[in-house]
Design a protein around this ligand. Structure first.
Ligand SMILES: Cc1ncc(COP(=O)(O)O)c(C=O)c1O
Length: 424
């Protein structure tokens, strides 16, 4: 039998890489628009966009042009010197998020890690000013903030933390959207309350207005920081630059990454002028973060999103997506909930087996989605998605549920928890 290029790569990786990933056996070599293309030239409709990264899809001329131009000029300087990109990008980000200052990192977890350090440093500053405030973090159940030590310590699932114990101490988890639990666990010991406005890996679950407002009020009452992780929901995915803007609540610190530079690694911590008082030269830093190439691409992505009105587009196409999923739910009782905001969309099924099989069946039909939180089908498509792409996905889901749902659903008479889209 012929040994394919994919076979060769799989064998080499199996020998050479740490076995962290259970990859799908597909070798991708290119992409165009919302499609990613494998070694045989097969096109896949990508409703996952590299886990919420490729905001403008594949092969976008704006990104190609920015990379070409900036790579000819300057790729890296280190943060020992100035380059043109950081202040220009920071201005765009602060104007759009209501924040005052920015620190550039490379990834999501690195931004989150820095935000946690900022919280501890700020509490230290407040203590030196006579304020009674501790070092504890309150994070939420079902949270996900990344894989480095601080991030994993504030990530709920034990399987991510336990193999690496002891993780960073002084973290307590609050039941999701449980105001009474938040009040019970909050005290002057707390230096920061950590939330995602819409939990991503936790199953596309929005905070309630009441919980978010209480987190804001409690933090303000003691000088603790409210830190919102917008790494997955931010940068326009939900139809606003940050998901917290749907609530009219302004955090003290927020973090961005994934789609920030359209596929080039870039993360950012954004904070208020007040919180920024805690950081002085030499306290935090990075070799690569905020390099000229990543900044130039991020600037081009933001300008393009604005020029093409992609936030409004995400709201419109995302609304259509949810509507179509709700209509599918009236025909298939295996769908127990449809929720999300803009192009951060989820359909919760009544069976983990069915959710897994649906992802595999979609892949056979050359449509990429994933499943998070066991039973939740998650869609994080590029912002350039059109109605016709949604229709293709819905037709495929309809076929799959018609064929398989009866056999795999946990109950054949599941009742829907929502009659329509849940806009959190
Ligand atoms: C909300 C959230 N925070 C942090 C991270 C970690 O980002 P990265 O994988 O870039 O380190 C993720 C990644 O999925 C995320 O969804």
């Amino acid at each position: 039998m012929e040994v394919t290029k994919l076979d060769q790569i799989r064998a080499a990786e199996a020998k050479l890489l740490l076995s962290t990933y259970d990859r799908n056996p597909i070798l991708f070599v290119g992409g165009e628009g919302v499609h990613i293309i494998d070694e045989n030239g097969e096109r896949y409709l990508d409703l996952l966009s590299g886990i919420g990264v490729n905001a403008l899809g594949y092969g976008h001329p704006v990104i190609e042009e920015a990379i070409a131009r900036q790579s000819r000029a300057l790729i890296h300087t280190s943060n020992l010197f100035f380059h043109e990109g950081q202040a220009e990008l920071a201005l765009r980000l602060t104007e759009r998020t209501g924040m005052d200052r920015v620190f550039f990192a490379n990834t999501g977890t690195e931004a989150w890690e820095g935000a946690m350090k900022l919280a501890r440093a700020y509490a230290g500053l407040k203590r030196s000013e006579g304020v009674n405030i501790g070092t504890k973090f309150l994070a939420l159940e079902q949270s996900f903030h990344g894989r480095t030590f601080g991030s994993v310590s504030t990530t709920y699932k034990a399987k991510y933390r336990e193999p690496f114990a002891p993780v960073v101490p002084d973290v307590e988890f609050v039941r999701f959207n449980d105001v009474a639990d938040l009040r019970a666990k909050f005290s002057t010991d707390v230096c920061a309350v950590l939330v995602e406005a819409i939990q991503g890996e936790g199953g596309v679950r929005p905070l309630t207005q009441e919980f978010f407002a209480e987190a804001r009020a409690l933090s303000s009452s003691t000088g603790a920081l409210l830190i919102v992780d917008e790494i997955q929901a931010g940068m326009g995915r939900t139809g606003k630059w940050c998901a917290y803007q749907h609530y009219g609540i302004q955090p003290d610190v927020t973090t961005l990454a994934k789609p920030l530079a359209g596929g080039i690694p870039l993360g950012a911590i954004l904070c208020t002028e007040e919180a920024s008082r805690a950081i002085h030269a030499g306290m935090h830093g990075t070799t690569f973060g905020g390099g000229p190439l990543a900044c130039a691409v991020a600037i081009a992505v933001i300008d393009h999103m604005e020029k093409e009105n992609l936030l409004a587009h995400a709201t419109e196409v995302g609304g259509y997506f949810q509507q179509q999923l709700c209509s599918l739910a009236t025909r298939h009782s295996a769908i127990v909930d449809v929720r999300g905001k803009g192009l951060m969309v989820a359909a919760e099924l009544d069976s983990a087996d069915l959710a897994q099989l649906t992802v595999a069946e979609m892949l056979k039909r050359r449509i990429l989605i994933n499943c998070t939180s066991d039973k939740v089908l998650r869609f994080l498509p590029p912002y350039i998605l059109e109605h016709s792409h949604v229709d293709t996905a819905i037709r495929a889901l309809d076929e799959i549920f018609t064929e398989h749902a009866g056999a795999l659903s946990s109950t054949h008479t599941a009742t829907h928890t929502t009659g329509g889209p849940n806009h959190g």
